[in-house]
Design a protein around this ligand. Sequence first.
Ligand code: ZN
Length: 507
Amino acid sequence: MIKKILLGLGGFVLVLLAVVIGRTLALPGVELVEGEPASLEADQAAANLADAVRFKTISYQDGSDPALIEASHQAMTGFRDWLSARFPSFTGATTREIVSDYSLLYTWQGSDPSLKPVLLMSHMDVVPIAPGTEDKWDEAPFSGTIADGFVWGRGAIDTKGSLVAMVMAADLLAAENFQPRRTIMFAFGHDEEIGGGDGNKVIAAMLAERGVELEWVADEGGILGEGLLPGIPGTAALIGIAEKGSVSLDIVAASRGGHSSMPSPVDETAIGRLTKAIDEIGKAPFESRVDGASARMIAALAPAAPFMQRMVYANMWLFEPVVRRVMEGSPSSAAQLHTTIAPTIIEGGNKENVLPPSAHAVINFRTHPRDTGEGIVAHVKKAVADDPDITVVTMDGMRPASPVSNVDGAGFKLLSEAISASFPGVLSVPNLTVGGTDSRFYTGLSDNVFRFIPIRMGRDDLPRFHGTNERVSVANMGQAVAFYKTLMEMMNKQDQAAVNAAEAAAP
Ligand SMILES: [Zn+2]
């Protein structure tokens, strides 16, 4: 009997092994050899970015110092005039609309009005320099200094580098009398860093009202990652195909208060209740799974991964829990798999000998596309339901996760082909963008909203983003110009090929 079971078990293991290896072998490996990337006018592109950085287009929240807001508005206007003067061919080829006083929408009319327009995006505004870090910069953050092969300054990565590159590419094309078949739009928001409510939200509503549908959209949110992915030592183009949402909840604990000399038991004080509630919320994590955008990422990585890793990736039906555990080991990859829980503010009490009658904490949740804001609120309320003196208040600014874009359509194909053509040997990898971008306003106008700019970032560069010593290399700027030019040229070829195919098919 036991022998039979063992034999049966052995047979099962053999079949399993055969399936695992069979699936791995059915997935041919590719060896990525990075070639020399295309480049155009790198020095001029760097000089243009340096100029762009000098405009202090910092976006400030409503209610900030009016003098700062005024200075920022002046910088936005200055930047806009600089764009017109510096890129005359682009300016001549496009029409410009100014939205909410500062955001810009340029339209380069295509020759075939039956084709849906595409939209290239970058924002003009930048985040401020964190107080106390000004002198930690190797070069002053708004000086637009070019040194050691880099353009230094706030906004170089986020996102004046891509803005300058896409405009410069269009300017070069327009100077060559390039005529897009399909209309190309450029949207440059002025308030992305404070939510985009006056900029791209309004532009998107305006386009929707005009009945515009977009073929595809390309915004920030993904980059050229250098050594950021396991098993891929070189460069990979991370293309965000969805982005997470956000909801902040205010957790309020009430208690009787009173003098600290005669306290209630600690777990009945407001602070005791609040810490217990935070603990309960932390112990109730959200569902975590490799699916949707992260499953697409694994599938894209698989062919380029070393054999053992490829075996795992080719058999996610079996190894998903293993991959999940590994990804959960680091906060950045874990954030791809589930809604995250981040306590960001805690307040309560103002005197050392008084028990506060209430204490509260703000917890920020970043919503995975499989969850909803309402679902998160219900989940948190359930986690703290044992304590009737805890209230959960939903704060303003809740936004849902975006839909997951279509990676099997012409838009993704074009983007990844333009990446391969400009950056030989670079793998295009769809993934989930964990931050928010202005592109989310356009998900109602297109199923093909992608988040990628051709800016290189290695592990050491990640802290520069919104941080100190933000910079982009001169070489990278030349590559970015070449990329956008290639993208627009390939788009015309793709559209011409579609016309040819349709004509060939016609009787
Ligand atoms: Zn940004």
